[in-house]
Design a protein around this ligand. Structure first.
Ligand SMILES: N[C@@H](CCC(=O)N[C@@H](CS)C(=O)NCC(=O)O)C(=O)O
Length: 240
């Protein structure tokens, strides 16, 4: 198996982390290209070289992007589904469509979490949109986040109580990441709701303790959460 190439911003978990986690759990060899030195073709320029490529029939608008041989694909949910299908890490039959449905829902809530600190747009710094962020963030912390967690709790419950779709598949890794991110960004809101979503919490813990994931989380390959990424801890946006 040749190495996959992941192209994603080198200093944040961001959306790239959903892909990294799948690659790590699969034990698939990959190069996190933008984190390599420029002398090895790495660094941020490696991303700019690929994205919005004018001379491609299938250009990618934004990272994460995954290269598998000559194939370059983008959109986080699409990349995760591609890897899941290729490595038999999807539910049988048409179950891949249900997995993708959940993955796209995780993408939705991830975007909502991002928009709590950037409600007006990514062209402005947080400090330039703090007033709107306070409204958006507190509304997310007060109710919206719980709605999403309850949704995933019900899905796990209906499908046997352990994983989103009965047996483990790639989407469970993304739910782990979502929960870790929400707990980091909104610790007070998360603690307030934690007891109501025991299956979600148990799934998070089960994924974190899988040998390959645990080794990854403990390694320098796992970039710590920070205030440049999607899940940012701004206490003023959390519950009081
Ligand atoms: N829907 C896309 C969103 C991709 C995206 O927004 N990527 C961000 C980083 S997480 C980016 O670099 N965007 C640059 C841009 O939109 O110009 C996905 O899920 O992959």
């Amino acid at each position: 198996m040749s190495d996959y190439e992941l192209y994603y911003w080198p200093t944040i978990q961001g959306r790239g982390e959903f892909v990294r986690l799948v690659l790590e759990e699969l034990g698939a060899p990959y190069r996190d290209v933008a984190r390599l030195p420029a002398s090895d073709g790495g660094g941020v320029p490696s991303i700019f070289t690929l994205r919005r490529h004018e001379h491609s029939a299938h250009p990618a608008f934004a990272p994460p992007m995954l290269k598998d041989g000559d194939l370059l694909i983008a959109q986080t949910a699409n990349i995760c589904l591609y890897l899941g299908k290729k490595h038999n890490f999807v539910p049988p039959g048409d179950g891949w469509a249900l997995a993708n449905q959940l993955q796209l829902s995780i993408a939705d809530v991830t975007a909502e979490a991002h928009d709590t600190h950037h409600p007006l747009g990514s062209h402005l710094y947080y400090e330039e949109q703090k007033e709107a962020a306070l409204v958006r963030g507190r509304s997310f912390a007060k109710g919206r986040m719980a709605q999403w967690l309850d949704y995933f709790e019900n899905v796990i419950d209906y499908n046997g109580g352990d994983y989103l779709l009965g047996s483990i598949c790639y989407v469970d890794l993304s739910l782990f990441q979502l929960v870790a991110g929400l707990e980091y960004a909104f610790p007070r809101a998360f603690v307030a709701h934690r007891a109501k979503v025991p299956r979600v919490v148990a799934l998070h813990d089960a994924i974190a303790s899988r040998p390959r994931v645990a080794a990854y989380l403990d390694s320098p390959r796992r970039i710590p959460f920070n205030e440049e990424g999607i899940f940012r801890h701004y206490p003023e946006l959390d519950l009081e």
